[in-house]
Design a protein around this ligand. Sequence first.
Ligand SMILES: [Zn+2]
Length: 100
Amino acid sequence: MTTNTPLIELTAWMRGRLAERVARLIDAGHDPHTGPDLIITPLGTTGEPGTRADRSCDRCGRFVSQGCILYMITVQAAPRVLCVGGLCGACRRLEDGWQA
Ligand SMILES: [Zn+2]
């Protein structure tokens, strides 16, 4: 059986961030729960590809230099909402298991 449901509980930070993203979509007039299309939204701030903001952790803000891994993540925030972002190694370990 395949599932996108996390196997462990999300951290309070992640739950708060996802709720914030869903609230922003609702404020902008989107329905995050019903409809035919998937809404993809950033987990954190976005930056132009290759910029410092583009390679910074969405949780702690730490810059992850070239040669180090910025873990790309996707988390389903609501039935129609997928949040996409990047975490440094330390923050990924805090969230470890949610993407299993
Ligand atoms: Zn981090």
